[in-house]
Write a protein that binds this ligand. Structure first.
Ligand code: ZN
Length: 299
């Protein structure tokens, strides 16, 4: 599992940074959070695969977070994609996409399903869930939480062999949590497997002020990516425009016991994120500045 940053700038692009787009790449699927203009350009550079199973989650309907879906769908069609794409977003996402797909006469080569989100659980997949929480921005905006389901512990074939369990059906039963009987001896899954592996939690803030509600929502996350549009010297501007400063992001992450904070969505006024990282590090020990095409392995 890895996070891949395709765009890390706020509101307008810079020569080094594209518009907001973050991918959580799983074994068999890509979860994309927001797609600002040019998302397909970075998607191509990151070599994520045009026909991989994919879901897109939009935090809010500002152009720098959703206009890129159009180009992405267009390029995917030109690449002869056949896999369907599910797009989750706030009310209005359906009208935005329907109108554009009709006017631009896309000729999609694959099905697109649009799902309106509201607070709470929006997706319960076999390996993970996605929850949504209201953020605080200049228009209705939402944050997302990816929670991986706990996975069974590692299976040790040598232990099973030593206990006389023959390979095949009985191994599968042990792996799926059932006890098995071998020559009148009961073998428990814990005899041949390691501890249950706890699921990982990753939060995506979108554009927002830091709120108590988001602090609770992101509690205990392994990683969060958080709106860090401004440095603390421009806190007034952050309040006025419904964004956060890097320091505020760090304070929220600290209070929420988040292990690793990723700063992103930087104002184009910053040539680099040095100043923002510095102020966030006065509050939180693990601060990572996002940059375009950065990949972070989620351990
Ligand atoms: Zn916005």
């Amino acid at each position: 599992m890895k996070l891949v940053f395709l765009g890390t700038s706020a509101a307008q692009p810079t020569p080094e940074r594209g518009m907001t787009c973050i991918c959580l790449v799983l074994d068999k699927e890509i979860l994309m959070f927001d797609a600002g203009e040019g998302a397909q350009v970075a998607f191509q550079k990151a070599k994520l695969g045009w026909n991989k199973q994919m879901r897109i989650f939009v935090t809010h309907l500002h152009g720098d977070h959703c206009v890129g879906i159009l180009g992405l769908l267009q390029t995917m069609s030109l690449q002869s994609r056949t896999e369907s794409v599910d797009i989750f977003g706030p009310p209005g996402i359906d009208e935005f996409l329907a109108a554009n797909l009709k006017i631009l006469n896309f000729g999609l080569t694959f099905p697109v399903r649009i799902i309106r989100i509201k607070e709470g659980l929006v997706l319960d997949d076999s390996g993970y869930t996605i929850h949504v929480c209201e953020a605080e921005h200049s228009i209705p905006a939402y944050a997302y939480l990816f929670t991986e389901k706990d996975r069974p512990g590692r299976f040790y074939p040598e232990k099973a062999k030593n206990l006389g369990v023959p390979e095949g059906k009985l191994w599968h039963e042990l792996q799926s949590g059932k006890e098995v009987k071998v020559q009148d001896k009961i073998i428990k899954p814990s005899d041949v497997m390691g501890d249950k592996r706890k699921g990982r939690k990753i939060g995506i803030s979108g554009d927002t002020r830091p709120t108590k509600k988001l602090e609770d929502f992101f509690n205990g996350c392994d990683y969060i990516t958080f709106d860090s549009t401004y440095s603390d010297t421009l806190k007034d501007k952050a309040i006025e425009t419904g964004h956060s400063t890097a320091k505020e992001a760090a304070e929220l992450a600290k209070r929420a016991c988040v292990s690793n904070l990723i700063l992103t969505h930087f104002s184009a006024r910053y040539d680099n994120a040095e100043e923002l990282v510095k102020e966030a590090k006065t509050v939180h020990d693990s601060v990572i500045p996002a940059k375009d095409l950065l990949e972070i392995d989620i351990k």
